[in-house]
Ligand binder design. Structure first.
Ligand code: DOR
Length: 452
């Protein structure tokens, strides 16, 4: 194999990754990867003497950096649960190189000022690259065309069923107004608020297993159907977050021209059978449901209806989670466990490593128009998730870097483990240790490039 270096062949590289198995959007191979100025400068057969430093990846797989397009990092407003530093530390400890963070903070991220404030807080403190979803509300509709194109904005996010925080636009007119204003793909939490209100009496005090009875599969399907209908009427593209039902997978198969969809590791791994063991720790919106729904979402992984994986990392303290249901908040950690949990599924034969790459790098890049990330190619950011597919390890609360300090997978033995996290050529995590100071930067989007 020859190098495909395009510039002067006399040049040297800062870093060279050798002997790894590279899994890219276009297949599997064993090219060396050379890095200069944070970007991939060459791939192929590269003379190691031209690199300042060589990272030997024998026995390891090098994947394009895993992008988690749904996390809640709680800053500003609820830093006792998480902040941008701790949340992003959890991300890189788990092999994640970029996150899109959600707007249900205090204050909400619903204005240019609030977005600028988050970016300012993130720079120099976050360990991975980042973008922030901007909340769509009835009050900021007129600003949406500007807001969604601000540098650092992932797009517009709308809750049409209430969850943690105050963001909610539940009615058709409100949703239509927002979708009439968006040009980028907007993301939705799809549970039907009216049905949730009608069924609140079905919550059984002290029994988290009643959570999916209250917030049932019909509430999710109704919301998704309404969103598709309104999006179609407005000529808008939408993204449905955390699909939780088999019915939505079947329904969305007929609407892939305008709709993309996310699955979460918890909906693919945990089921209603786990409420007895985990209680309120399993409480999440939309809920973890029975195994038939889990199988339906796996079908969506197999048949391509699901486009991306997101963790929906939603930390709450153990003290908060210990409140009796339904006073307990919904949400669990997930950004750090996404990679090992899904590699375990890869080793169990439930999806291929190539499909994992599609779901976590090429997929988010395609959906959200990420500039310069999402594949291993010359000119792209040198973001890599380096994994040992053969390593067996146990996930424990002690390993969790989130301030919340717990995971629903505590004690779970997995087959496959993240060994290294490389963000724009910086080895930020290696063998479970933070290996570089925080240096996260905003993700660039082709539809919202900064001027000048
Ligand atoms: O369970 C959830 N928790 N679902 C959401 O949509 C929000 C999240 C949170 O922010 O706690």
């Amino acid at each position: 194999m020859t190098t495909n270096e395009t510039t002067s062949d006399k040049s040297t590289y800062e870093l060279l990754f050798r002997n790894g198995t590279v899994v890219n959007h276009d297949g599997v191979g064993t090219p060396d990867i050379a890095v200069r100025n944070g970007r991939i400068a060459a791939t192929g057969d590269i003379d190691p003497r031209r690199a300042d430093r060589v990272v030997d990846c024998t026995g390891l797989h090098i994947l394009p950096g895993v992008i988690d397009s749904q996390v809640h990092f709680r800053e500003p407003g609820a830093e006792h649960k998480e902040d941008l530093e701790t949340g992003s530390r959890a991300a890189v400890m788990g092999g994640v190189t970029a996150v899109f963070e959600m707007p249900n903070t205090k204050p909400t991220t619903t204005s240019a000022e609030a977005l600028a404030d988050k970016i300012k807080r993130a720079r120099g403190r976050m360990h991975c690259d980042f973008a922030f979803w901007v909340g769509g509300t009835r009050d900021n509709v007129a600003d949406i065309p500007d807001l969604e194109r601000l540098p650092g904005a992932a797009g517009i996010k709308v809750f049409i069923g209430s969850s943690t925080g105050d963001l909610l636009v539940e009615d058709d007119a409100g949703i239509a107004a927002i979708l009439g204003a968006t040009r980028r793909r907007a993301a939705f939490h799809a549970e039907d608020e009216m049905r949730l209100n009608d069924r609140k009496h079905l919550r059984v005090p002290g029994d988290a297993a009643s959570h999916p009875v209250w917030r049932d599969a019909t509430a999710a399907l109704m919301a998704t159907e309404r969103l598709v209908r309104i999006a179609r009427s407005k000529g808008a593209r939408i993204h449905i977050l955390h699909i939780s039902t088999a019915e939505e997978i079947a329904y969305l198969a007929d609407h892939k021209d305008i709709v993309t969809a996310e699955a979460t590791p918890h909906h693919l791994t945990l089921s209603a059978d786990d409420y007895e063991r985990l209680g309120t720790k399993l409480q999440m919106n939309p809920p973890v449901r029975d195994k038939a729904h889990q199988a339906g979402i796996w079908q969506g992984i197999a048949n391509g209806v699901i486009d991306v994986l997101g963790s929906d990392h939603a930390p709450h303290t153990l003290e908060e989670k210990a409140k009796p249901y339904p006073e307990s908040p919904s949400g669990m950690t997930g950004v750090q466990t996404l990679v090992p949990i899904m590699l375990d599924h890869v080793n169990a034969g439930r999806l291929s490593l190539e499909r994992f790459v599609d779901l976590t790098s090429a997929g988010p890049a395609r959906l959200f128009g990420i500039a310069r990330k999402g594949r291993i190619a010359v000119g792209y950011d040198a973001d890599f998730t380096i994994v040992d597919l053969k390593r067996r390890a146990t996930i424990t609360n002690g390993w969790i870097a989130s301030r919340a300090g717990w995971t629903p997978y505590d004690g779970k033995r997995v087959f496959g483990w993240p060994v290294g996290t490389v963000v724009r050529g910086r080895q930020v995590m290696w063998e479970g240790e933070l290996a570089a100071p925080s240096g996260g930067e905003p993700v660039l989007f082709s539809e919202a490039l900064p001027r000048g």
